[in-house]
Design a protein around this ligand. Structure first.
Ligand SMILES: Cc1cc2nc3c(=O)[nH]c(=O)nc-3n(C[C@H](O)[C@H](O)[C@H](O)COP(=O)(O)O)c2cc1C
Length: 360
């Protein structure tokens, strides 16, 4: 088994270790433009300085209506692409691989940013910068507005939006692309029987529910060529009877690999409000291990992974090929350097400016 600090090569990309930075929305676009700001440079740059192998952007929208909130970043214009370039270049300059998570929020779009609007609930009204949402079926999420059911032309447009966003991502310098098919957003909404009540070729059977995601995988692969690793983030469980589960995840991961995907980032939850998730350290690791062994694919584990020892055990025991950190990375953007220090591993990618912290 590899260790936490072994490299991992996927297609044309070699990642320096297996401690990666999970996508994290920042709600820091100030003018509803989708254009990343200096905040995103410092935020993402700090993880690269701190030794992370692969630094993912927040869920970045493939179209204006794909945003979770009006303050999300996007990559549907050339101006947004160009604003990503210096951020991506800085991450790469520190030896980390810059990755972008491409998303469409579907029925969970047009919501209030997670901070600054604590007194507001439901959807953002159109007159305050919101928009009407789309979904596989006209079933709202919680107390959000009812979404419009997508017709076939609308589905084709979404496939095209992902493809165009993938092109701009590569042109901005991102070296890994992740499709966000988790946490109750649009691709997950199609996969899960909870949100997808369609009776056409995009609903019903597992093949039909997976059709949109597989089309996106094929189109993105055709657009970016053979060198770029393509990840998919799945929610491996809806944590509710009759929902999406780990076995469907494993089956569809196998199909997605045949369609051109390379790596599976295994999370859970988010399809519906009010579902209790039994949180404990590493609570999603068994899902990652299941998908890894059942589909024989490479996976990462995420969720309450907070110590170097815990992260190390996940990789060394073959539960996952890498770990992703979110909240612990916010507490300590230099987690990877600290982990190497604590575990007595000598890294050759300490920033020269920080070398005095290497040993003592
Ligand atoms: C501030 C914040 C923003 C997040 N935004 C995203 C996101 O854009 N895309 C995503 O897939 N997950 C997002 N997540 C979920 C994390 O990527 C991660 O899966 C989750 O927090 C569990 O990992 P942790 O216990 O290390 O925080 C977010 C989490 C946090 C804390």
């Amino acid at each position: 088994m590899p260790t936490l600090f072994d490299q991992l090569t996927l297609r044309d990309v070699t990642v320096r270790n297996r401690i990666w930075t999970s996508p994290m929305c920042q709600y820091s676009v100030l003018d509803h433009s989708g254009i990343p700001q200096q905040w995103h440079l410092v935020h993402l740059g700090s993880f690269a300085v701190g030794g992370s192998g692969l630094v993912f952007s927040e869920a970045t929208a493939v179209s204006p209506e794909a945003r979770i909130s009006p303050r999300d970043t996007g990559i549907w214009t050339d101006e947004q692409r160009d604003a990503w370039k210096p951020i991506v270049a800085f991450v790469a300059s520190q030896g980390a691989v810059p990755g972008i998570q491409l998303g469409h929020a579907g029925r969970k779009a047009s919501t209030w940013p997670a901070w600054g609007f604590e007194d507001r609930t439901g959807s953002v009204p159109i007159e305050e910068g919101g928009w009407s949402t789309v979904a596989p079926s006209a079933i709202p999420f919680g107390d959000d507005d009812e979404p419009n059911e997508l017709d076939l032309a609308g589905i084709d447009k979404i496939v095209g939006d992902f493809r165009a966003a993938a092109r701009r991502s590569v042109d901005a310098g991102f070296r890994v692309i992740e499709l966000h098919a988790a946490h109750g957003y649009l691709l997950h909404q199609f996969l899960s029987p909870i949100a997808n009540h369609r009776s056409d070729e995009y609903g019903g059977s597992l093949e039909n529910r997976a059709r949109l995601m597989l089309r996106v995988v094929e189109e993105v692969r055709a657009e970016v060529g053979d060198g770029v690793p393509l990840f998919i983030r799945f929610s491996a469980s809806d944590w509710t009877p009759g929902g999406w589960d780990e076995q469907q995840t494993a089956t569809v991961a196998g199909w997605a690999e045949e369609a051109g995907a390379d790596f599976f980032d295994i999370s859970s939850g988010g399809i519906q409000s009010g579902i209790r998730v039994p949180l404990e350290p590493g609570y999603q690791v068994p899902f990652a291990a299941h998908v890894r062994s059942s589909a024989e694919v490479e996976v990462s584990a995420v969720g309450l992974i907070t110590t170097p020892q815990q992260a190390s055990a996940i990789v060394e025991r073959g539960k996952a090929d890498a770990v992703m950190l979110a909240r612990e990375a916010l507490r300590d953007p230099h987690f990877t350097l600290r982990a190497a220090h604590e575990l007595g591993v000598d890294l050759d990618y300490w920033p020269a400016q920080y070398l005095r912290a290497r040993w003592h």
